[in-house]
Design a binder for this molecule. Sequence first.
Ligand SMILES: C=C(O[C@@H]1C=C(C(=O)O)C=C[C@H]1O)C(=O)O
Length: 440
Amino acid sequence: MPILFTSSPRPAQESPRFTVRSIRVDAPATLADHIPEAPSALWLHESGGLIGIGEAARLEATGPDRFDALANAFRDLEASTDVEDLANLRGSGLVAFASFSYSPESSRPSRLVIPRYLLGSVEGRAFVTCVSSDSEESVGKTLTEPEEILALFSPGRVPTVAPRTMQPAHSGEAYRGLVKEAVQEIDDGVAEKVVLSERFEIDLGTLEASCLVPALAAQLNHRYPTAWTFALDDIVGASPEMLVRTEGPKVFSRVLAGSRPVSGDDELSAEERHAFLNDPKERAEHDFAARSVREPLMRLGVSLPPSEGPFVLHLPGIEHLATDIRGVAPDGLGILEIAGALHPSAAVSGTPRTAANEVIARLERVDRAGYASPVGWIGADGDGELAIALRMAHVQGTTLTVQAGGGLVSDSDPLTEHAEALAKTRPIVRALASLSSPEG
Ligand SMILES: C=C(O[C@@H]1C=C(C(=O)O)C=C[C@H]1O)C(=O)O
């Protein structure tokens, strides 16, 4: 029986006691081949990750304190949980899938979802976890035998979709007009960088969009193995950007800002990469983003080596300027506290953050909901991964709404920015297209 917290970190009712048990199983060659028809959550990276089925508990919070509220609620839940972790692998024991909302004003709750069953695979080793509670009458007995649990992770049917078109929220001209307005705000000194985005609706006719999530996620993981593919409730996508990853005291963040779309399977040539790396506009855009991660980390007491310059990260269809930040966290600093301090980084909001968010709210007009927000998983032992939900779609009824954008600085060109936003819809568009033609 899911328990619900809204804003307040304390449950209204007496919370149930949970028992979590993790045990090793034979590792699947590719975890994405074991996504069942209706998973409750997915996190895929290269050949591994985590797949959740069902829901043992759900914690929700809205408002400016949503990160702290969920951190406290998860700690409370941990205190009423007995853990038998025989697997002792990253992601075993008590874990929750997480998705936050971009804005503190969003009506979409930020959430932690603890699945009833989980299959995890990490570096060629795998485990299953089951979560049972002492208030199980309404949901039935929890399976505890590893073979029985593993059998739940049988791949579902891959649906076929008739080819679909995308309807942008604005005409090309109107979107380029918004880019011009944002650049004008920058020239007027309101902000130095603003990350504007566009929404694109894909109407699936009579097909429920949620039915496509397992197949879309499998395709995304196949095409973008180095990205972090996620699905939870109303979002699905494959993010190339890691807001924060923790492992013991080690903290990692991959900051992306600065983009060069490439067509088909092309890559930038060595000269083009060099020019990209040394382009003053791209570097300015990138440096705002890298600083917006480094500085709060340092304020939190994370020790960081001196910063290194960015590198070019190649992904199918687009290349980015990327900075990997690695540090060591002080004792007791949790991943949600870090994420709360970093979100939204200047890679997805702008600089200064508050002014940029005001421009975004004024020009985009629609709640970003889960777009550009932390998504991933957290463990009770403090380990976790929270990517930024990019290259994604919201899943609602029979509609997939893809959202994508890019950072604007003083000399950004509306035509180029429009093309960049379109290029960033490609992961979802291609994954969907592959479901209408099996050869993809
Ligand atoms: C805003 C998006 O991407 C972000 C913006 C980038 C840019 O401005 O160059 C690059 C990567 C992401 O940090 C998006 O994918 O929608």
